[in-house]
Design a protein around this ligand. Structure first.
Ligand SMILES: [Fe+2]
Ligand SMILES: [Fe+2]
Length: 143
C-alpha cells in the first residue's frame, strides 16, 4: 500500500523530470523532442491537478472542515500554473526559444514552491486526516 505523500510526491518528481527534459530540448532547439516531452509533462500535470482538485482536496476539506485554507491557495496556484502552461504551449508552437526558456524558468520556480508546500504541509495533513487515503491512491495507481 502506498501513502498519499509517497505517491503524490513521486508524481511531482515525474513531472519535474519531463519538464527538465523539455527545457533541455528547447534550449538546443530540438523542437520535436521538446514537444514530445512537453506534451507528456502537460498531460501528467493536468492529471495530477485533477486528482488533487476533484478528489484529494474535497476529501481533506470534508475531513477537517477547512475549506478556505491551504486547499484554496493550492487551487489558485494551479490556475496560475495552467495559465503559464498555456503560454508555454504558444511559445513552443511558435518555436520561440527565448520566450519558452523565460516562461519555463517562471513556471519551474512556481512549481517548486507549490510542490514544497504540498509535500511539507498539505500531504502530511491529508495523511493524518483522510481515513481512506490508501484506497484513493490505489485507485489513482489503477487509472
Ligand atoms: Fe497541487
Ligand atoms: Fe501536487
Amino acid at each position: 500500500m502506498t501513502s498519499i505523500p509517497e505517491f503524490m510526491t513521486s508524481k511531482h518528481r515525474e513531472c519535474d523530470e519531463l519538464f527538465t527534459e523539455a527545457e533541455a530540448a528547447a534550449a538546443k532547439a530540438d523542437w520535436s523532442l521538446a514537444l514530445t516531452k512537453w506534451q507528456s509533462f502537460a498531460l501528467e500535470l493536468t492529471k495530477h491537478f485533477g486528482q488533487e482538485e476533484d478528489i484529494l482536496f474535497p476529501k481533506f476539506e470534508q475531513a477537517t472542515g477547512m475549506t478556505a485554507g491551504p486547499t484554496q491557495v493550492m487551487r489558485m496556484e494551479h490556475q496560475q500554473m495552467r495559465a503559464l502552461v498555456q503560454d508555454l504551449d504558444n511559445a513552443l508552437a511558435a518555436q520561440d526559444k527565448d520566450e519558452y526558456l523565460g516562461l519555463s524558468e517562471t513556471l519551474m520556480v512556481m512549481m517548486q514552491q507549490h510542490n514544497m508546500k504540498e509535500e511539507m504541509m498539505l500531504y502530511p495533513m491529508m495523511e493524518q486526516n483522510v481515513a481512506d487515503g490508501e484506497q484513493i491512491i490505489a485507485q489513482f495507481q489503477a487509472s
